[in-house]
Structure formats: structure tokens, C-alpha cells
Design a protein around this ligand. Structure first.
Ligand SMILES: [Zn+2]
Length: 166
């Protein structure tokens, strides 16, 4: 798997300050090609980006040299997002179209509340406390599922605490 560059709206692995676990998050704000604010795909809380623990532990000097610049430039960078905003709007329409299609296709399927420990397969319909109705698209890794929500595709945790050999 080839890690894609960070971008607003994309998923990334980060440390969740509420779940106290490394989990998939959705990036909501970026500064200098790095996420600064993320939303936890599991508990839905919004917090500052903290890389997965392995990354944070081996931080190089170049990334930690600019400690307080991020808060100042995040508010100043609003005006240079026109192209990105247009692409995001197109993306949003396409997502909404897919979501409507899934809604029609899964009519009659039971909607189960999202649970990090549950086992999901493609085609399942889940109800997330924060993101609403979602459709399971695929299992991207042993305990990660890709879910289509009305506003975004998110990678959620599934079968949490279970191991592949079980
Ligand atoms: Zn969380």
C-alpha cells in the first residue's frame, strides 16, 4: 500500500486523545503539508493532529523546529484554497450521489449502530453517532473498514482487539 500525501478530507492514522489509541482520523485542517487538526473516525472528537506514536518518537529536528508557527499561519492561509475548494465541492457532489445510490441499493438492510469491536462486511449499513448513516464499502486491512458517509469516505476501526489469527 502506497501512503497518499496528506490532504483535507483524507484519512490518516493519528493518536486519538480521547480513545487513547492510534486510530484512523479524517484531516480537517492542514499547515505546510501536514495535518494540524483531525477528527477521530471512531469517537468523532476533533483535536490537534498527533502522528502515530512510532512517528512521534523518532521525530527529526527539522519537523520540530517550528513549534508555534502553525497556529499563526492556519488562520492566514484561508485565501489560497480556491482550486482545492472547487475540487472539494465536486468531490462532495460525487460522494452524495454515491451515498444516495447506496441508500437505494441497501433499502431493507438492517442499520446497526457502529461498534469498534463488531465485524463488518461490504454492503453492511451502520449508524455512526457522529457521522450518521454509513455504508461499508470494503475491508481495507484486517481491522479497518472503508465506510461511505453522506459527507465523506472514512476509514473506521472494526474487530478492535481481535487478531488476524483468531
Ligand atoms: Zn477517538
Amino acid at each position: 500500500m502506497n501512503p497518499r500525501p496528506f490532504a483535507v478530507g483524507r484519512n490518516c492514522d493519528a493518536w486519538c486523545t480521547r480513545c487513547k489509541m492510534e486510530l484512523a482520523h479524517t484531516i480537517v485542517a492542514m499547515v505546510d503539508a501536514l495535518p494540524v487538526k483531525v477528527i477521530c473516525n471512531t469517537c468523532g472528537s476533533e483535536h490537534k493532529y498527533r502522528g502515530p506514536k512510532a512517528v512521534a518518537g523518532t521525530r527529526t529536528r527539522s519537523t520540530s523546529d517550528a513549534p508555534s508557527r502553525s497556529s499563526a499561519s492556519s488562520s492566514a492561509s484561508k485565501s489560497r484554497t480556491t482550486k482545492a475548494e472547487r475540487e472539494a465541492a465536486d468531490n462532495q457532489r460525487e460522494l452524495r450521489r454515491q451515498w444516495d445510490e447506496m441508500l437505494a441499493r441497501t433499502a431493507g438492510t438492517e442499520q446497526v449502530p457502529y461498534n469498534v469491536k463488531a465485524d463488518y462486511t461490504a454492503g453492511d449499513v451502520l449508524e455512526h453517532p457522529k457521522f450518521g448513516l454509513g455504508f461499508v464499502l470494503e475491508e481495507t486491512a484486517f481491522n479497518r473498514i472503508k465506510v461511505l458517509f453522506q459527507d465523506a469516505e472514512r476509514v473506521l476501526v472494526a474487530r478492535h482487539g481481535k487478531k488476524p489469527e483468531e
